[in-house]
Design a protein around this ligand. Sequence first.
Ligand code: CP3
Length: 351
Amino acid sequence: MTLIATESLFLRAARRERTERTPIWFMRQAGRILPEYREIRKQWTLLDICRQPDLCAEVTMQPVRRLDVDAAIMFADIMLPLMGIGVDLELVDNVGPVIRSPIRNQSGVEALRPINPQEDVPFVLETIRIVREELAGRIPLIGFSGAPFTLASYLIEGRPTREFVATKTMMYSEPALWHSLMERLTGIMIRYLQAQVDAGIDALQLFDSWVGCLTPTDYEIYVRPYTKRIFAAMAPSGLPFIHFGTNTSTLLDQMKSDGGTMIGVDWRIPLDVAWSRIGHDLGIQGNLDPLVLMGPGDIIEDRALDVLRRAGGRPGHIFNLGHGLYPETPLDNIARLIDVVKGSGVQAGVA
Ligand code: CP3
């Protein structure tokens, strides 16, 4: 029943098979950038949308219809499973997640109860079923979760941060508390991801958006055991699992053996440099600077072709941005980028 889905461009590239051209999709393609999404958002909050599987499936499909990308990503948020287990938070427009009572002690950690996805986030699983049916295997549906570090940083800080002062203070000063928080989040994310797999998701991505603020030593001690555990737990699914972070140039030597089948990198490192660091036995996703899309067409084309050139025609590259689309990105520029990548056929041409 997954015969056609396993043959999509994305899944073949994710398995590092040779493809006619490089597949492309965008982080944060669902929502924010699309006028048809903004129209829906006038009436409903993000959580309202997620809780109505038909509407959530519609929002997930919007970028597929309009942009003709090579993968769909579930419309959800990394904080959704935490909301499902009762964490009191708000997704504030143009800010991000704001938590009413940030976690600073053991009782805060203990309030994070285990998740039962069928009861706590049933709408996510129902949306997966609807979207898969609609996609009928043409392109895959990507499920995701936040990684324990990035989730912990929101829970501890209480709001988005640049410096991670409270996060690192806990990490260094109260390591037992830190590790018990990471333990809990790891267990919750494994169950959440497994439920998505059971509902029929085709590929997974772990968003560790802010992990690049750590030194390799601290990544090793405070984070890596947990990311490894998540990848190990999901390995039996056999699904492609993308390990994404930003600012991770100095962490790639570790990330490459954490268990992800592909690594997502941002634009701060040239794609060829990142890929040789990771090793060509793993796939790579990335890595155009999303703000290139605010520039003129010739710059977009030039920078996109540079990414493709650096991929060098090797199987295993999935084109994406180095981070999510910005809300202000002109749709015409996104369309132009897609045309460039689809038109280049670079993977077929080289090597
Ligand atoms: O990628 C997609 O298109 C699927 C949907 C998706 C959302 N959040 C919906 C959303 C995904 C994959 C996420 C992941 C996410 N959420 C991450 C990891 C990816 C990354 O960008 O680093 C992080 C760090 C969050 C936390 C979060 N939630 C932030 C920083 C914000 C931004 C605030 C803003 O207004 O831009 C949110 C809110 C959010 N999540 C929005 C959307 C569409 C915007 C508000 C809305 O439209 O309701």
